[in-house]
Write a protein that binds this ligand. Structure first.
Ligand code: ES4
Ligand code: ZN
Length: 324
């Protein structure tokens, strides 16, 4: 089964590029950019990665991003992730970035997008990995700040396929960003949103109805609303589930308690993703292995996660055919 998982072609749909910052690169960039970080070694950084909930993770994740200053830093970050994709047989990836984390520190939007996109273009040319970029709004910030960020994205419309919504779910329901998403969709962006991770099932309905999303990121708390589960199955609304993330952030007590296999068997379009792999203990293969170790799953079911991800991806029908 291990070999089968290693060899299985994969598609990643839920990956925060800032969440791929490994402690070693964090140290290298801190030195290169003369940024103080409150750790003496990469090992000390790793030891700080014990989280009690989403917020305890976000605090340390935003702090880590402070070492990213120059276009080359965003390139190096993204290139390191693409090399992991190659090792894990990820043939296509749709990655999130959080521009507000950087523009708030005085980094230009164009510096961020430029570095990430240059790596993605090189990944296509040299590694044969296709990709899309999705801009996430930080939901703990205001609607006005999200709208200003959208304005900054408009000149880069051809390099960003969609918008998403991440950060602290509790207290920041999707409806807060209904007008921002309306404007983004009118400008031609596709839409996704984190919902039903730490927040209630009603946030999934909110994301569908108020934001017009094409996928739900996480969505595992849909099980609290059986009618919603039936609707998600009937409409094949994709859920980009992140097993190791959910256990690290205590959405589930352990991997055995995770509901991903149950959701798959109920006919939902669930996918396996790594979320913030440098912080949660693993990339795509690690997430597949963790699910297969904790649950009895067939090869057919494991392959179905990839087929679901192809179906849920934002590539052309032609490209979907080629990947399937
Ligand atoms: C995130 Cl796991 C998760 N949830 C919400 N927002 C995030 N940003 C980065 N990782
Ligand atoms: Zn996420």
């Amino acid at each position: 089964m291990h070999d089968f998982i290693r060899q299985l072609p994969k598609v990643e749909l839920h990956l925060h590029i800032e969440g791929t910052l490994e402690p070693e690169l964090m140290f290298e960039l801190a030195q290169r950019n003369r940024i103080d970080i409150p750790f003496a070694s990469p090992r000390e950084v790793r030891e700080a990665y014990r989280f009690s909930n989403l917020q305890s993770f976000l605090d340390i994740y935003y702090q880590g991003a402070n070492v990213l200053i120059h276009e080359q830093d965003f390139f190096d970050l993204t290139w390191a992730y693409l090399l992991r994709c190659r090792d894990d047989r990820v043939m296509h990836t749709e990655i999130f970035f959080d521009p507000q984390t950087h523009t708030a520190r005085g980094i230009d939007f164009a510096t961020v997008v430029g570095g990430i996109r240059r790596a993605l273009d090189q990944g296509q040319a040299e590694l044969g990995i296709s990709s899309h970029l999705i801009l996430c709004f930080l939901r703990h910030l205001s609607e006005a700040e999200a709208m200003a960020t959208l304005e900054q994205a408009l000149p880069h419309r051809d390099r960003i396929i969609g918008v998403g919504l991440d950060s602290s779910e509790r207290g920041h329901p999707p409806e807060k960003f209904a007008r921002v998403f309306r404007r983004a969709r009118d400008a031609g962006f596709l839409a996704v949103a984190h919902a039903g991770e730490e927040g209630p099932a009603r946030n999934i309905r909110g994301a569908l109805e108020a934001l017009g999303v094409q996928r739900i990121d996480h969505g595992v708390r849909c099980v609290e609303d059986p009618a919603l589960v039936r609707e998600l199955a009937q409409t094949r609304m994709p859920l980009t589930v992140c097993p190791l993330s959910n256990v690290k952030l205590k959405v589930f007590e352990n991997m055995q308690a995770h509901n991903i296999v149950e959701l798959l068997r109920q006919g939902l379009c669930v996918t396996i993703n790594s979320d913030d792999p440098a912080y949660f203990g693993g990339y795509m293969t690690d997430n597949f292995l963790a699910v297969a170790e904790a649950h009895t799953v067939t090869r057919q079911e494991l392959a179905q996660f990839t087929l679901n991800a192809i179906e849920a991806s934002f590539v052309s029908e032609e490209h979907k055919q080629a990947m399937a």
